[in-house]
Design a protein around this ligand. Structure first.
Ligand code: GLU
Length: 383
């Protein structure tokens, strides 16, 4: 087992570390001692030649502490107000701690809509790589004060998975308040055992994780496993471990058996396809026949009008849509070359008939395979 770990970590250089609120929180708000010790560990990694990008929660917890609020905040404006107060404080704590270790930090706050726009997505990528070249530590959080419902990442686990893709991380370490993924909820079953290694996402693995959260975190183990599923699908290994354990990062990098290691999956999505699959929200659906299903899944082909049975939703050229089987299984997601109104007219037809019906034909394919991410194999539940 240690061998697999060591082999998996041997070539890791760029590490994305996510720290959850539950790790950073003591009985009365931010736990400065824990932050100091994690920062010390991250700084040691940088000194050893690793590059580190940090995704951190803790803004809301910190804001609540400032305002002496106990218990959960209920309304969105309250959470956003607490985040607005807490984010500055969170950064001050990190900045002070990293500066003691000789490193400057850079704050980046993002919403899902920032990453859904390809241009902004690429800008963020360039900024992150410049910061890394300069030796600064990027510290990323969701821009809680403006993010509501449909533009929210949901949890920082999801945000971290997207950032892992943007920076093309070699390893994603997700630090939480439990020791890793257990075969049952350890809070409920005393006999629940830690799963040290996940080679594939079986039903058992997915059902082992619940949405139960600590009082300060969001998403629970479920969102951590989903984030692991996303990054491993593009070849990035993921480790979920306890951020409360002393020397956790050093021990992970030494290949010790700590937490749960999710091995990268064999079939990778390239970075653009990952962006399509995980960052973009589908604006509609194309129901496709069995022939098209086979062409997409087994032969890596583009989607042609002839394989489309039906269209749902109202979308334009360039929008993301899901490709769904007759049975309703989501098979793929891609960017369309025609609007929903146009596809309704050309569905079921041969490519040669497109210009006759529409009066123009800019593309042969409804979705070109370069803009099509197959999501069924590994990622059947969440897209
Ligand atoms: N962005 C939130 C915060 O900083 C936390 C979200 C999460 O824990 O996933 O408080």
């Amino acid at each position: 087992m240690e061998n697999i770990r060591q082999e998996t970590l041997a070539h890791a250089k760029k590490i994305l570390i996510k720290v959850g609120s539950a790790v950073l929180t003591g009985s009365d708000g931010l736990d400065i001692k824990i932050i100091d010790s994690l920062v010390q560990e991250m700084s040691d990694l940088v000194r050893q030649g690793y590059s580190v990008v940090l995704v951190t929660s803790g803004a809301i917890v910190s804001g609540k502490q400032r305002m002496n609020i106990t218990g959960k905040l209920k309304s969105m404006p309250e959470k956003q107000a607490a985040a607005a107060i807490g984010q500055g404080r969170l950064m001050r704590v990190y900045a002070k701690s990293f500066e003691k270790n000789g490193h400057y930090v850079a704050q980046i706050l993002l919403t899902l809509s920032d990453l859904s726009d390809r241009q902004r997505y690429l800008n963020i990528r360039n900024t992150l790589s410049t910061l890394t070249e300069w030796g600064a530590i990027p510290i990323i959080n969701e821009n809680d004060t403006v993010a509501v419902d449909e533009i929210k990442f949901g949890e920082n686990d999801n945000l971290a998975a997207m950032i892992a893709n943007i920076i093309e991380a070699d390893l994603f370490i997700n630090l939480t308040s439990t020791d890793g993924l257990y075969d049952g909820n350890p809070a409920q079953f005393k006999k629940a055992k830690l799963i040290p290694l996940v080679r594939e996402f079986t039903e058992e693995i997915e059902s082992a994780a619940t949405e139960d959260t600590s009082s300060s975190g969001t998403g629970g183990m479920k969102s951590k496993v989903l984030a692991a599923k996303k990054v491993t699908s593009i070849g990035i290994p993921c480790i979920i471990a306890s951020g409360k354990k002393k020397k956790v990062l050093a021990d992970i990098m030494a290949g010790k058996q700590i937490g749960t290691l999710f091995l990268p999956m064999a079939d990778r999505l390239n970075s653009k396809k990952y962006w399509i699959a995980f960052t973009l929200r589908p604006r509609g659906k194309l129901i496709i026949d069995d022939g098209a299903k086979k062409a997409l899944l087994e032969k890596g082909k583009s989607l042609l009008p002839s394989g489309i049975i039906d269209v749902e939703g109202d979308f334009d050229l360039g929008d993301p849509v899901s490709c769904v089987s007759r049975e309703g299984t989501i098979l793929a997601k891609g960017l369309v070359n025609f609007s929903s109104a146009e596809i309704s007219k050309i569905k079921g037809l041969k490519t040669s008939q497109i210009s006759q019906v529409l009066g123009h034909k800019d593309y042969d394919e409804v979705i070109h395979r370069d803009n099509l991410a197959i999501t069924k194999q590994n990622l059947k539940n969440k897209i």
